[in-house]
Write a protein that binds this ligand. Structure first.
Ligand code: AQP
Length: 332
């Protein structure tokens, strides 16, 4: 089986609809076809300031949500990044292979550091994509399910894998991004020109999966739509309604063309009412499954311990090989 690897940050409070449609749904699907490794990337989270107690709680919450979304520990390996020290270790090696200018071209750093204020941004935030390179290469991943915003980081991973292999001999699998075009970028409900994002969206534009379902329904109903009344997918001319059609289509498994036909001659209001209902049908059981995992921390922690053990076996082998190739003297 080919390998898949992806990571998600332990967001405060809840994952959002963009995380779910752009990434987590693909994680669930790839369990069936891939030897899949998924992790909550707490080491990435500390690239911006975190309250220790919140970080710990959010890490468990993230794992609970991944399980609630359908990750099955029998079919994939789910773990916490910091439980596998090889990530930081290979991360250092990759730092030493990356050009400063090359790292400076990462657009996510430019965006995030601009939001932090240039003096506040840490070196960790700058080298974040390089740790991500190590995350992926440690598992010899073939496929990396992510949203469009992560494409550049997977490209960097490919470049560094090739560079290492050329310089030191074939060691790493060169991975490909697994980006599902239709859902690669879910947009803010209030401003469909920007992606839905925990840090850039306004509260009304961001659908958090663990919000009160009534509040979620309200956000859908007050989503910004476009001039005119026709329900038609046209990302350029009708970005608001196209975003809602994408969300509706993915959540319910109905084709966009079928939705266009179903709502022909009906107004935006009818579509929003039905989408709000579909969202409520999705988030209500999701919330209660997440709560079940949170109410049983022993089970959750033992799933994560088993996952870390499986992950470490793979990661340790790759790291030992990489250390050897670059000429580090093995400890006796
Ligand atoms: N709007 C989105 N549409 C599709 N996919 C998205 N992803 C994020 N937003 C969208 C994908 O979710 C995965 C997890 O992302 P992350 O943990 O790296 O968090 P992020 O990308 O930092 O998420 P945000 O909300 O966008 O955070 P900020 O605001 O801090 O930048 C990734 O695969 C991502 O592509």
């Amino acid at each position: 089986r080919p390998r898949a690897l992806s990571g998600i940050q332990p967001t405060a409070g809840s994952f959002h609809l963009g995380n779910y449609l752009g990434a987590i749904r693909q994680y669930v699907a790839l369990q069936e076809t891939h030897d899949a490794f998924y992790m909550v990337v707490d080491l990435h989270a500390i690239t911006i300031p975190q309250e220790p107690a919140d970080l710990r709680a959010n890490t468990r919450l993230a794992a609970a949500q991944l399980l609630a979304a359908g990750l099955d520990p029998q079919r994939c390996t789910l773990f916490i990044q910091s439980h596998v020290p090889e990530h930081a270790q290979l991360g250092w090696v990759m730092n030493c292979l990356t050009g400063f200018g090359e790292a400076s071209r990462m657009t996510q750093f430019k965006d995030k550091s601009a939001r932090q204020g240039a003096d506040r941004a840490t070196v960790g935030l700058f080298t974040y994509p390089i740790l991500q390179v190590a995350d992926i290469l440690l598992y010899q991943a073939d496929s990396v399910p992510v949203g469009e915003d992560q494409r550049q980081h997977v490209e960097l991973t490919r470049d560094l894998a090739e560079r290492f292999n050329t310089r030191f001999g074939s060691t790493f699998t060169v991975p490909k991004p697994h980006i599902v075009k239709e859902v690669a970028k879910i947009y803010d409900l209030q401003d469909p020109s920007i992606k839905m994002s925990k840090s850039a969206s306004t509260p009304k534009g961001l659908v958090n999966l663990l919000d009160d379902p009534k509040a979620t329904a309200k956000k859908i109903k007050s989503a910004v739509t476009d001039t005119g009344t026709e329900i038609r997918f046209d990302a350029e001319a009708k970005p608001g309604i196209s975003n809602l059609l994408t969300i509706f289509s993915t959540l319910t498994g109905t084709g966009i063309a079928d939705l266009e036909q179903r709502y022909e001659g009906k107004g935006y209001g009818a579509l929003k009412v039905d989408l709000a209902e579909a969202m409520v049908d999705f988030v209500t059981p999701f919330r209660s499954r997440t709560q079940e995992y949170l109410d049983d921390p022993e089970t959750l922690d033992s799933i994560l311990a088993e996952g870390a053990e499986k992950a470490r076996t793979v990661a340790a082998e790759t790291l030992a090989q990489a250390y050897d190739r670059i000429g580090l003297l093995p400890a006796k």
